[in-house]
Design a protein around this ligand. Structure first.
Ligand code: ADP
Ligand code: MG
Length: 403
């Protein structure tokens, strides 16, 4: 499974990073970028006494627990660029003093650059601290972010019994984090990494293949003349009906399920969703990854859900981020690209024929959407707060993918 997925992640993403003026920006050194031609690089590993770090667990498989938490130790994994350029980071300095260096772990970067595929028999990835800018943000992995992703993973896992049949997700199962060096009233800056189980859940016995969303319309890095994978998958089927029924409607259904049932605001852009295919090449499920989601506390209160296991990270009290995730990440950054890919082959296809059934499904499944969603499309402003997080902006535009 891993070999073909890694190829698509790294080399079927040409021409896709055009969704915002920042999308091309990547401060990773050339050799650590997904487009590098090296098969792998070494992730640095330090064994530390367990009590020197914070450990978060969400039902990890024993294979992963034994690897990253051996005996009474924990493995602390550090991206080599962090070791080279941020060696005086206070958290790193403290940890290095208490640790034993171990052999590197061989990893291959995913499209996100800082999530790294471990070249191992048990398919998993490590999402590591990378305080350099990629696209719009510096990619830190602070404690509260890691803790929250595991809490979301566990809640989703426990709710899977009621999930749509074609929904699957990648669990975040272990978080290992340095302790805070100096307490302050500001947000904690201690950081670490998380371990992602790459087996889509719920588990299935059959052999399946995974295709990242962007690889459907992304060009091949080595051979620009290759046709898009989306065309291959569609075969002779009618494009609009194929894309709407097999990709767009399931993703909207899943997005609504996560939101309506948990208040979780998934971000289904081309990098966060994967199609799962059977051995015949038919789409079996849509797999969601990246559980650093916004959490709409209004929705959770309305549902009467207990939120005491969630920390304060990414709690939302308004609908702005709902629009950014749904209208922009999913609708604009991903779905519009799928339409453009279809139109490249059949210019007569009308974009509205893709959107109308999506708006209809949304309205059917979420009748009181106006209680939570803003009327117009929201996006990021170019202004930033003191943590360098962008402010939001009302574009005033009418949504295309919902009423
Ligand atoms: N086609 C794409 N669409 C959206 N994001 C992309 C794409 N290709 C690469 N990315 C990168 O994915 C990153 C976001 O993923 P991130 O949250 O870091 O990891 P993960 O999704 O593994 O949890 C961003 O840095 C963005 O630049
Ligand atoms: Mg992501």
């Amino acid at each position: 499974m891993l070999e073909s997925l890694i190829y698509l992640e790294r080399y079927r993403n040409e021409g896709t990073r055009t969704y915002s003026p920042h999308a091309q920006h990547n401060e990773a050194e050339e050799r650590y970028q997904p487009g590098a031609t090296d098969v792998a690089f070494g992730l640095r590993v330090f064994a530390v006494p367990r009590e020197e770090v914070l450990v978060f667990l969400a039902n990890p498989p024993s294979e992963l627990k034994n690897t990253y938490l051996p005996g009474d130790e924990a493995l602390f994994c550090v991206h080599p660029q962090v070791l080279a350029h941020k060696a005086n980071d206070p958290h790193l300095a403290v940890l290095l003093k208490q640790s034993q260096p171990k052999a590197d772990i061989r990893v291959s970067p995913s499209a996100s650059t800082r999530t790294l595929y471990v070249l191992d028999n048990f398919p998993h990835a490590l999402k590591v601290h990378f305080p350099f800018r990629i696209s719009r943000y510096e990619r830190k992995m602070r404690c509260e972010v890691i803790e929250q992703a595991l809490a979301v993973s566990l809640e989703l896992e426990q709710g899977l019994g009621a999930a749509p049949k074609d929904f699957a997700f990648m669990r975040e199962v272990i978080g290992i984090v340095s302790k805070e060096v100096k307490e302050s009233n500001e947000r904690g800056e201690n950081w670490g990494y998380l371990v992602r189980d790459l087996h889509p859940w719920p588990l299935v016995a059959e052999k399946r293949r995974l295709v990242p969303g962007f690889a459907l319309y992304g060009r091949d890095f080595f051979d620009h003349s290759k046709i898009p994978l989306l065309w291959e998958l569609m075969g002779r089927e009618e494009a609009t009906s194929f894309v709407v029924k097999q990709i767009m409607l399931p993703i909207i259904h899943h997005w609504l399920w996560c939101y309506l049932r948990f208040g979780f605001i998934m971000e289904p852009h081309g990098q966060n969703v994967l199609l799962e295919l059977d051995t015949e090449g038919a789409i079996t499920r849509v797999v969601h990854r990246d559980l650093s989601v916004g959490i709409d506390m209004r929705r959770r209160r309305d549902l009467g859900l207990d939120s005491s296991h969630l920390n304060t990270y990414n709690r939302m009290e308004d609908g702005i981020f709902l629009s950014i995730a749904y209208d922009k990440f999913m609708g604009n950054h991903f779905f519009e690209r799928l339409i453009a890919c279809c139109q490249e082959r059949q210019p007569q296809l009308a974009a509205e024929d893709f959107r109308i059934p999506c708006r209809t499904l949304f309205a059917e499944q979420f009748a009181d959407y106006s209680r939570y969603f803003p009327e117009s499309v929201q996006y990021f402003s170019e202004k930033r707060d003191h943590h360098n997080k962008p402010f939001f902006l009302d574009t005033g535009k009418k949504p295309l993918w919902r009423p």
